[in-house]
Design a binder for this molecule. Structure first.
Ligand SMILES: [Zn+2]
Ligand SMILES: [Zn+2]
Length: 730
């Protein structure tokens, strides 16, 4: 090692919890820069994590960093957050960091328009100069020729010449052109009229603004209480101080509507979105704009919590209770929880909004440590708008009938006559969840998962909703040859068909994962509904959140009984939240709203609280149950899932892993091995071990030791495993 060489600890996307040491003689190398390094026979991209004065690798065996990019991707604070996330979720540090690096950078294609440039020809650029350029330099000549026509934006240029930036630099050096940063102009947009705030909204806003520094605010407001308006007011104040805001939303389908609302209000500000419907190129561009400070407002789904944001002054987590904030594979983080850590580290406010707080957050408003400040909105923002009335409808006496009852049909008909809209919620897509042979009882199952195949009639296919396996619909039972195969139960497609029969003149729109596959489909949905082109909306949970359909006066909820008695202890919490959300779609403007719920269990306590719009009462009841059973949020849990194609591999590993538990002195309880509800998924046999402790630190201390121990087991090579800390699905 030469004296000028430094030892650099690089984070790489490798499944071991270690940093890798390399050498560099670059004086200016900085923490957070991205680099390329030789790793085995490959070259990998990594992030400079720290510097060291010594290495456990012999100095003459250390390799050199092969490329250093000038850009610092993550500052020290964000790296500190990522390091916390890595240790909290027990996920390797390199993989943690690399899982939040934009795809284009990982693919080493980051050199796209970091900043949009305006390229202007100088007076030196003439036809003679172009003619004198080397004949071989075809692309350079083409660029110069284009510039001779006048100034051009970089993004417009890329239509004629791919990756023109290095060529632009050549011309700029030769004084043939100059570059300027292009300023986005938004003259085509007009500002919306700002609604007047009610007194409750004003109190909430002033409380948040009058506090300096970090605080976790839980804004609990009934549906339609104007939480978005509160966000907009807070952001406006931040913009005056030149600070950026980050808004996390649970799902992509909420962003188009929110984005357009933000654009109307902040028409002269730069708003960027970050979600998975974007191309990698767009995503990187928006990420860079957030990072450079160019974007004033960043709206994104869970991964956006890791976006570097230069002057971040506020984090908003909309619908904080939503399960989609929890990543379910790879780095299994919860974006709301990470937001709280980030807010604390930056000493800025974190505002969480919801109509139905998660029980974790609800408990946090009552506790003294890690306390959330509780703010309540009890009125709907439009003063005349009332909360909808909720009525329970029994199923028809003939219990095999899945048809809609007369009462429901009459209610739908009434609304159609009044030119009002109806939303029918059924949380199951496809035509029928089960197909059964009427003679021998055979049902089609997925060969890769322990799950039944769902019948999709429009495509005439049987599909697995867990692994997306598809096969053509069969015409006879493979076991007994019977031709009479009966679809049982009801999904969105079957409901749509049924409604078409009853209301042939009505315009019916189905909204589920099969029809809403793109951002465009979602945008079209809003336009259609808001222009009154739809009489009946049939849909899954996609429809339950965030949408403001002004002419909607009736919500019908079907087939929820199975969720009332599920094995997942979070099921009732979730169904209450979902029913509140979907009921809240009704009567948001001046029309009074009704909600009809079909159920066989009208005496289930959930309905008592739902009818009274009493979240607090139900949440307290659930908390009491959880306390007695010592479940989350009164205790802390983690689940290890082990899977392999051969069950014997899983068994061998699990036995050894459980033996390792016994070697550690701990109070942590464990349950297992257990088979999850889906014993087999995508062809893999699965087994779990569940850990539980009354002390968060004890649990993490134990998990740290145990994860280290099991990684050294030889059997680990034949299985895949994942650890889920603070799990939400069981
Ligand atoms: Zn049969
Ligand atoms: Zn499957």
């Amino acid at each position: 090692m030469k004296s000028s060489e430094k030892i650099i600890n690089v984070a790489l996307n490798v499944p071991v919890n270690e940093l890798f040491d390399y050498l560099s003689n670059d004086e200016d190398i900085q923490i957070g820069q991205y680099v390329k390094v030789p790793f085995g026979r490959r070259n990998l991209i990594g992030i400079v994590y720290s510097f060291a004065s010594s290495s456990k690798v012999e100095k003459n065996k250390l390799k050199k960093i092969s490329y250093i990019d000038s850009e610092v991707l993550f500052d020290k604070r964000l790296l500190k957050l990522l390091s916390f996330v890595s240790s909290y979720y027990h996920y390797p540090i390199g993989q943690t960091i690399m899982s939040v690096v934009p795809a284009r950078i990982k693919q080493d294609k980051s050199h796209i328009n970091r900043i949009e440039l305006l390229i202007q020809p100088t007076e030196t650029l003439t036809q003679e100069v172009i003619n004198a350029l080397p004949k071989r330099q075809v692309r350079l000549r083409k660029l110069a020729q284009k510039l001779l026509e006048g100034p051009i934006r970089q993004s417009n240029l890329s239509k004629t010449i791919s990756s023109p930036l290095p060529l632009i630099k050549v011309l700029e050096k030769a004084n043939l052109c100059t570059t300027l940063e292009w300023q986005l102009k938004s003259d085509s947009l007009s500002a919306e009229a700002i609604p007047k705030l009610n007194s409750e909204q004003e109190i909430v806003i002033s409380k948040i603004l009058n506090h300096n520094g970090y605080k976790a605010w839980l804004v609990h407001g009934v549906t339609g209480s104007g939480k978005t308006e509160i966000y907009l007011n807070l952001i406006e104040k931040l913009l005056k101080k030149n600070l950026q805001s980050l808004i996390l939303v649970p799902e992509i389908n909420l962003t188009p509507q929110l984005e357009s609302r933000f654009l109307r209000r902040f028409y002269d500000k730069k708003i960027v979105v970050l979600h998975s419907f974007l191309s990698d190129r767009e995503r990187l561009k928006h990420w860079q704009q957030a990072k450079s400070g160019e974007a004033d407002i960043v709206i994104g789904t869970r991964l956006a919590i890791f976006t570097p944001i230069k002057n971040l002054g506020l984090i908003i987590v909309d619908e904080e209770h939503d399960a989609s904030f929890k990543q379910q594979e790879g780095l299994r983080y919860h974006a709301r929880d990470v937001a709280l850590v980030r807010g604390k580290e930056l000493n800025i406010p974190v505002v969480m909004g919801t109509a139905t707080p998660s029980l974790e957050s609800w408990l946090n408003t009552k506790q003294t440590v890690e306390k959330f400040d509780y703010l309540r909105l009890t009125k709907r923002a439009i003063s005349e708008a009332k909360l909808p009335s909720i009525k329970l409808i029994p199923y028809a006496k003939d219990k095999y009938s899945t048809r809609l009852s007369q009462e429901l049909l009459k209610a739908i008909e009434e609304r159609i006559k009044k030119r009002q809209q109806v939303l029918i919620f059924i949380n199951r897509r496809g035509y029928a969840p089960v197909l059964v042979c009427t003679s021998c009882g055979w049902t089609p199952k997925c060969h890769r998962c322990s799950a039944k195949l769902v019948y999709h009639r429009q495509q005439n296919k049987l599909r697995c909703h867990h692994c997306d396996h598809q096969q053509v619909m069969i015409s006879q039972c493979p076991d007994c040859g019977n031709l009479d195969l009966l679809p049982l139960g009801k999904g969105t497609q079957r409901l749509e068909d049924e409604l078409e029969n009853y209301f042939p003149k009505a315009s019916i729109l189905r909204v589920d994962r099969d029809t809403m596959r793109s951002k465009k489909a979602l945008n079209d949905l809003y336009t259609k509904v808001n222009e009154g082109d739809v009489d009946i909306l049939v849909g899954t949970q996609i429809l339950s959140k965030g949408h403001d359909f002004k002419n909607l006066s009736l919500v019908i909820i079907l087939e929820i009984d199975h969720a009332l008695y599920s094995t997942n202890f979070r099921s009732t919490e979730r169904i209450f939240s979902q029913l509140t959300q979907v009921s809240g779609r009704s009567g948001r403007a001046l029309i009074e709203g009704d909600v009809l719920i079909q159920t066989n269990f009208p005496n289930h306590p959930i309905f008592h609280y739902l009818k009274n719009h009493d979240f607090s009462g139900y949440a307290d009841l659930l908390l009491e149950e959880r306390k007695q059973m010592n479940l989350i949020p009164y205790s802390y849990m983690a689940i290890l899932t082990v899977q392999a194609k051969a069950f014997s591999c899983v068994e061998e590993f699990i036995d050894k892993a459980i033996a390792e538990i016994g070697k550690i002195k701990t109070e942590v309880n464990f349950f297992g091995p257990v088979r999850p509800t889906l014993e087999r998924l995508k062809g893999f046999e699965r087994v779990q071990i569940i850990f539980q402790s009354n002390d968060r630190n004890d649990l993490h201390r134990f998990l740290g030791q145990w994860m280290n121990a099991i990684q050294n087991l030889t059997e680990i090579k034949r299985v895949k495993f994942s650890l889920d800390v603070d799990p939400i699905d069981f």
